[in-house]
Structures are given as structure tokens and as C-alpha cells.
Write a protein that binds this ligand. Structure first.
Ligand SMILES: NC(=O)c1ccc[n+]([C@@H]2O[C@H](COP(=O)([O-])OP(=O)(O)OC[C@H]3O[C@@H](n4cnc5c(N)ncnc54)[C@H](O)[C@@H]3O)[C@@H](O)[C@H]2O)c1
Length: 241
């Protein structure tokens, strides 16, 4: 018996990386998983590999959210979990002159998470059950130079707490997860020197695997976390102790 047996769970940005690991772990624990992404070919392949279904979803589009949520309700009749995982990264700091990059990061990481929560909140509230897990970052826990990314991840942490409070007496939980350096394309996209510096700053002396974050997400989606809401779980090998 799995910890998510029969639960219907949507994971955004899950064609690859941490999202794919989260979808995989949820599926292994018995959930009916909906893999979503803008990378349609890769998303379909990932879904097929783990026995899930795939829907194309750009998290910045409210219309697209409405279509996906309606189709999931038509097929399954309920939504038990949403993992707002889709995200993009930039190292741009306050000296950068690219307002467009700032805006795009906020659109995907913050607005995308907001739209996802807004789309499932009425459904979960009427079911009187559900679990929303928002993927923030250690960048949402402390000061960092990458201002756009940091702002978006602090926003995710803040919105999580507000929504947790609003939905608590409807039986719906909402928590944030804060990964440190995890082996995905975001980390692989950094300069070797930056990665070396990052790893040196981690007390456990290594980066994390996507599966190590996924298991925490599965826990928060499951009934084992029945009394946890508005919490932030840091998964970083001790990076921000
Ligand atoms: N890797 C790390 O070290 C790390 C650390 C902390 C937090 N995070 C967060 O973890 C999450 C997953 O990132 P990852 O490391 O797996 O990176 P990744 O680049 O491998 O995966 C991100 C996924 O999001 C998807 N995506 C991007 N824009 C989208 C959009 N508009 N709509 C839908 N999907 C979209 C991408 O196609 C991709 O599949 C992100 O929110 C990221 O900020 C990553």
C-alpha cells in the first residue's frame, strides 16, 4: 500500500528535473499523477515512463489552467494534490538593466504559483480536503544577490502562509519546500566555479538528488502530514543552518 493511494495529483513543470522526480515518487506511492509542462514531447515521455497522464500547461496562463483543471475534474472528479514546481532561474542582480528578465521570473515563479493555487482552491475547499505544495528555494529563506529569483521565491513562501491560513478550516493544507543545490538543469547551467563554491558552503559536502526533494513533497501530499500547514521544509544538506 502506498502513502498516496488513489489520490489525484497535478505536478507542474514535471517533464524533467525535480518535477519529474516528484511525479515519479507520487506515482510510486499509488497516486494518479498528471504530469504538466510546456515541454510537450519530454512531458509525454516522462508521463509514459511513470504510468501518469500528460497535459500541456503554461503556468502563466489562466486560460490554460482552467482547461487543465476542467479536464482533470472531468476525468477524475477530484483533485487531491497540486505541486507548484515549475520555475525558471536567473542570476541577475540589482545592477542588471534587464527589467524584462525580472518580469518573466516573477511571471513564471510567482504568478504561476498564484494561478495554480487560485485554480484548485475552490475545488479543494468544496471537497474539504487537499494538499498544495509550493516549491520555493533557500533563496526564499535568506538574502541573495539574484534579486528577481530571490523575490519570486520569497513571494512563494509568503503566499503559501497566507493561503494556508485562509484554507486551514476547509481541510486544505498548503506548505512550501525550500531546496538548496539540487542536481538538475538549473544547477548544471551555473558556472563550474559557482557550483564548486556552492557545494563548499554545504555542511553535508554535496548537492542533493531530485529524489531527495521528491520524498519530502510526497510526505507533504500524504495524510502523514495531516497536521502540517503553512510550514516551510528546507531540503538543503544544511546549507542555511
Ligand atoms: N535545482 C535547484 O538547485 C533548485 C534549488 C531550489 C529551487 N529549485 C526550484 O525547483 C523547481 C524545479 O526546478 P528544476 O531544478 O527541476 O529545474 P528544471 O529546469 O529541470 O525544471 C523546471 C521545469 O519547469 C518548466 N517550466 C518552465 N517554465 C514553465 C512555464 N511557464 N509553465 C510550465 N512549466 C514551465 C520547464 O519546462 C522544466 O520542465 C523550480 O521552481 C526551481 O526554482 C531548484
Amino acid at each position: 500500500m502506498g502513502t498516496l493511494d488513489g489520490k489525484v495529483i497535478i505536478v507542474t513543470g514535471s517533464a524533467k528535473g525535480m518535477g519529474a522526480a516528484e511525479a515519479h515518487d507520487a506515482s510510486r506511492q499509488g497516486a494518479r499523477v498528471i504530469v504538466t509542462d510546456i515541454l510537450n514531447e519530454q512531458g509525454k515521455e516522462t508521463a509514459a515512463e511513470i504510468g501518469a497522464t500528460y497535459r500541456s500547461l503554461d503556468v502563466t496562463s489562466k486560460e490554460n489552467w482552467n482547461e487543465v483543471i476542467s479536464s482533470v475534474i472531468d476525468e477524475h472528479g477530484r483533485i487531491d494534490g497540486l505541486v507548484n514546481n515549475a520555475g525558471i532561474y536567473t542570476s541577475q542582480d540589482i545592477f542588471s538593466e534587464s527589467d524584462d528578465v525580472f518580469q518573466r521570473i516573477i511571471e513564471v515563479n510567482q504568478l504561476g504559483t498564484y494561478l495554480g493555487m487560485a485554480a484548485v482552491a475552490p475545488i479543494m475547499a468544496s471537497q474539504k480536503s487537499g494538499s498544495i505544495v509550493n516549491i520555493s528555494s533557500v533563496a526564499g529563506m535568506r538574502a541573495q544577490a539574484n534579486i528577481a529569483y530571490m523575490a519570486s521565491k520569497w513571494a512563494v513562501r509568503g503566499m503559501t502562509k497566507g493561503v494556508a491560513k485562509t484554507l486551514a478550516n476547509s481541510g486544505v493544507r498548503c506548505n512550501s519546500v525550500h531546496p538548496g543545490a539540487v542536481n538538475t538543469d538549473i544547477l548544471f547551467g551555473l558556472e563550474d566555479e559557482t557550483v564548486d563554491q556552492l557545494i563548499t558552503s554545504i555542511p553535508m559536502g554535496r548537492s542533493g538528488e531530485p529524489s531527495e526533494v521528491a520524498r519530502v513533497v510526497t510526505f507533504l501530499l500524504s495524510d502523514s502530514a495531516s497536521y502540517i500547514t503553512g510550514a516551510e521544509l528546507v531540503v538543503d544538506g544544511g546549507m542555511i543552518i
